[in-house]
Design a protein. Structure first.
Length: 483
């Protein structure tokens, strides 16, 4: 194991100015335990006599270094001291010194029968492969995650059990050794079909193990896609700032008014897909869905290379639901791409909002659960200020949405100057009478997505452009943060 340094500085009040020439550690113990949050921790205490203040205590071992200082009263308790994934306590000792001539060393007692303690979360690398794509049958494999310090497969699995649930119901259970395969060592679950899976391990009933795992019953969740979606799938959430409202739901006014087209609109706007034909369509029943899963509009998803210049490897049209889920054209709650599994950055485009791209690269494969939630502030994006931060009624904290106001398709929101978006809106209503409106349209210049193009009055589109650039300096601009 690698040496783990654990520093804990605790300070107590000094109550005795006298220095003692003699001191003695009367007892000291240290044990590992699993915290309620599933992390590996230490608990223990050190008791001494004949020590003046301040006192320095150092606990060392093969895999341990804890420093404590400033104590005046014995004993000192070590409680909830985080040690990371693993710690070998074998042969650990404690040393005390003070400001005088005190120096004593003693072995730590009660070290327990385990030489290590580890968080069980993250100890596996999970892969999903299709065994029969046409029938939608997949195999889930769990191998050792070399970044996790404890190698689960070095342990005897005697007594360890598992429960595999599908969509919340128990699918199978039994001895963990029964699903173990060798060369290389791995856990294998085959014959899996579309659904959400949770693999729950009980690591508390084993015998002969040298590693204690925290928590005793970790759960690994993964998803299996539908038939024929066997290459690379991605799950994305995103919001359009112009229609994001109460409860984090977007307005589906275009759909409700019957204005959403059945065919993707981006080819006609000049977008060229990579790996997908222009003019792909969805089915009318999908646009009839109401509620949280109602369709708001069409978007484009792009898979890009992790390294600059972040070239588009594949792109596809998709549909955006009110709750932010991006779904495939058949309604699947993920988007399927005919490309090899690998690491990709994910970009989202919309016809009159500025697109954005994830700053992180995602390891994508057939699993339909992986991808960015671009509605969350914590999800990093490429560039600077790529999304608009919004306070939304009914939502704790804030949500992020794509910047609106892009009425011309040049990737820049402008209120004045050549090719500005304000003039595009004015031109759409005729150019001469600002109070005119064009109603019942599906048009890029309807930047607030209410089915009407308006230059003045309530819910007009011109104000959306002004607000997107800051609201006070008309010459300001906002540029799409895509490479």
């Amino acid at each position: 194991m690698n040496l783990r340094y654990a520093f804990l500085l605790l300070f107590g009040s000094v109550i005795s100015p006298m220095a003692h020439a003699q001191c003695e550690i009367t007892w000291a113990h240290l044990s590992t335990f699993c915290g309620a949050d599933g992390t590996a921790k230490l608990v223990g205490a050190v008791h001494w006599t004949g020590v003046s203040s301040p006192t320095s205590i150092i606990i060392t071992g093969n895999d341990l270094l804890i420093q404590l200082g400033g104590f005046a009263v014995s004993p000192v308790y070590i409680d909830d001291h985080l040690i990371g994934n693993t710690a070998d306590l074998t042969g650990a000792t404690v040393t005390i010194t003070d400001g005088g001539s005190c120096f004593d060393v003693a072995p730590m007692q009660n070290l327990g029968t385990y030489t290590a303690i580890a968080s069980a979360l993250g100890m596996f690398t999970h892969t999903l492969t299709a065994t029969n794509c046409a029938l939608g049958e997949f195999t889930a494999t769990f191998t050792d995650n070399t970044l996790h310090e404890a190698n689960f497969f070095n342990e005897p699995l005697t007594g360890y059990t598992y429960v595999l649930r599908k969509d919340g119901a128990v699918l199978t259970s039994g001895s963990l050794a029964s699903v173990l395969q060798s060369n290389p060592a791995r856990l294998v679950f085959s014959g899996l079909t579309y659904g959400q899976y949770d693999l729950e391990l009980d690591l508390s009933t084993g015998s002969g193990q040298t590693v204690q795992y925290c928590p005793a019953d970790p759960v690994y969740s993964f998803c299996v896609p539908k038939a024929n979606d066997c290459q690379t799938n991605v799950k994305v959430k995103v919001a359009l700032a112009s229609v994001l409202g109460s409860g984090g739901l977007m307005s589906d006014g275009l759909r409700a008014a019957g204005l959403l087209p059945l065919a993707e609109p981006y080819s006609a706007l000049g977008y060229t897909y990579v790996g997908a034909a222009p003019g792909l369509t969805t089915a009318a029943p999908l646009l009839a869905v109401t509620g949280n899963d109602a369709i708001v509009d069409w978007v484009v998803l792009e898979l890009r290379t992790p390294a600059p210049p972040h070239t588009v490897v594949a792109s596809r049209p998709a549909l955006l639901q009110r709750d932010g889920d991006v779904v495939d054209l058949d309604g699947d709650p993920y988007v399927s791409f005919p490309v090899v599994a690998g690491f990709y950055k994910i970009a989202v485009r919309h016809r009159n909002h500025l697109g954005c791209m994830s700053s992180a690269s995602y390891g994508l494969d057939p699993s339909p659960c992986r991808g960015p939630n671009l509605m969350l502030p914590a999800t990093g994006t490429y560039g600077t200020n790529a999304r608009r931060q919004l306070t939304v009624p009914g939502v704790t904290g804030s949500l992020m949405g794509l910047w609106p106001g892009e009425a011309t398709g040049d990737g820049v929101v402008k209120y004045t100057g050549g090719g500005n978006d304000r003039d595009a809106i004015l031109t759409a209503i005729g150019g001469g009478t600002p109070t005119n409106a064009v109603n019942n349209v599906y048009d890029r210049r309807d930047v607030n997505l209410d089915g009407s193009i308006k230059y003045t009055g309530s819910s007009n589109d011109r104000d959306v452009v002004l607000q997107a650039i800051g609201g006070s300096v008309p010459t300001a601009t906002r540029t799409e943060q895509l490479p």
